[in-house]
Design a protein around this ligand. Structure first.
Ligand SMILES: Nc1ncnc2c1ncn2[C@@H]1O[C@H](COP(=O)(O)OP(=O)(O)O)[C@@H](O)[C@H]1O
Ligand SMILES: [Mg+2]
Length: 383
């Protein structure tokens, strides 16, 4: 795009929002780097929209400040902020053509010749051929792109997107995720994207802030959050984690040894909380796709040095790319294992006695004082 404006990071300092005695957002410090694709991820009601609306100026913060670059915009009304918002309900003007919908912001500002900018914008969202249609003549995904074009034509420093793909069916949503990512890369402005869909956040964002109960639990690149969750909420909310209650028997030489379900497991000390010491308790975590499953009869062929626990298959579901097993084990009631669908494997039917084994490096430790099931039931939309 042509005239990119001088930008700057979005900086929230001590920003909070209370409604009467209810705190929707606890004092929050957050920096969104200029030009990044940033996602606020969390279950319904955790304070995502409220945070976004405070950035937009649609909601007055109870405490704290919002800065864009070196400018404090906390007291500015929405239209004075270099920020635009795309909502889930696209809020297009039904009687105006796509062209006029996109031109709207320019016309309102009294810009005389809008053609070049509107054409460029329609091309950016690949809707050049649809300029003369009305919104109701477009699909949901196309309407979504009009809403994005209409916001971007104002050259905001920051584009805020509140569950913008929520109304689309799954396949279209996947397409639009890639499409929005492409548009963001092309225009280079900061996108702050709110979603309750963890896959969507991980697909699109450079940085994800996981919110829970009005607080940011953890912030980082998708792979970093997935591989190194620091709380049980993040471990369970972002994908699936097997969390096993364990007791530390030894911590030395960069390695922690624990007992769990009658057996020993090892994990890197660097992936455990700081104060991990013998005698303490730990929640030991491993992702389902890191675990291999062998029939118990083949237990001897499990390579030495791997973590292993015994179990019995309770349930298996074939989902095409993989088979997902639920295994009952002394280490945990419903351990999950995902096996890639490379070849049919005999002896892995419900009822079969099995050994679960994995590389100790793929094991992480979490503070045992937390609820083991935090974030489990909050996946997706909640009333
Ligand atoms: N105007 C309001 N008055 C009272 N409570 C509100 C208001 N707006 C939001 N809330 C509450 O604040 C919490 C966070 O809301 P919201 O930011 O919309 O969550 P999210 O977008 O993550 O679903 C919710 O419990 C919601 O009911
Ligand atoms: Mg919301």
């Amino acid at each position: 795009m042509t005239d990119k404006q001088a930008g700057g990071d979005v900086r929230l300092s001590g920003i909070s929002k209370t409604y009467g005695s209810f705190t929707a957002v606890h004092p929050l410090d957050l920096t969104v780097p200029e030009g990044s694709f940033f996602a606020l991820l969390g279950a319904s009601g955790c304070g995502k929209t409220t945070t976004l609306r405070m950035i937009a100026g649609l909601e007055d913060p109870t405490t704290g400040t919002v800065r864009l670059g070196d400018k404090d915009v906390t007291a500015l009304p929405p239209h004075k902020r270099p920020v635009n918002t795309v909502f889930q309900s696209y809020a297009l003007f039904p009687h105006l053509s796509i062209y006029e919908n996109v031109a709207f912001g320019l016309r309102r500002r009294g810009v005389k010749s809008v053609k070049k900018q509107v054409d460029d914008m329609l091309e950016l969202v690949q809707l050049g051929d649809f300029a003369q249609r009305k919104p109701h003549q477009l699909s949901g995904g196309q309407q979504q792109r009009v809403a994005v074009a209409r916001a971007l034509i104002n050259h905001p420093q920051v584009l805020l997107l509140d569950e913008p793909l929520g109304a689309l069916d799954l396949k279209l949503r996947r397409q639009m995720q890639l499409e929005l990512k492409r548009i963001q890369t092309e225009v280079g402005i900061t996108f702050v994207h709110v979603t309750h869909d963890q896959e969507e956040a991980m697909t699109m964002a450079d940085t994800v802030a996981v919110m829970n109960g009005g607080r940011v639990e953890q912030l980082g690149a998708p792979a970093e959050l997935y591989e190194n969750p620091r709380t049980t909420f993040v471990a369970n909310f972002l994908g699936t984690s097997n969390l096993i209650e364990a007791e530390v028997v030894q911590s030395s030489g960069g390695e922690v040894v624990v007992t769990a379900g009658g057996g020993k497991l090892r994990l890197p000390a660097g992936r455990c909380p700081d104060a991990t010491a013998a005698g303490g308790r730990l929640l030991v975590g491993v992702r389902p796709e890191k675990i291999s499953l062998s029939p118990a009869a083949d237990a001897d062929s499990v390579p030495a040095g791997r973590n292993s626990v015994t179990g019995r298959i309770l349930d298996s579901s074939f989902i095409g790319v993989s088979t997902q097993y639920v295994v009952e084990s002394p280490a945990g009631k419903g351990l999950e294992v995902y096996a890639q669908n490379v070849e049919h494997r005999a002896g892995l039917e419900p009822g079969a006695e099995v050994v679960l084994h994995w590389n100790p490096e793929h094991t992480f430790g979490l503070d045992a004082a937390q609820a083991i099931d935090a974030g489990v039931e909050t996946v997706g939309e909640r009333p």
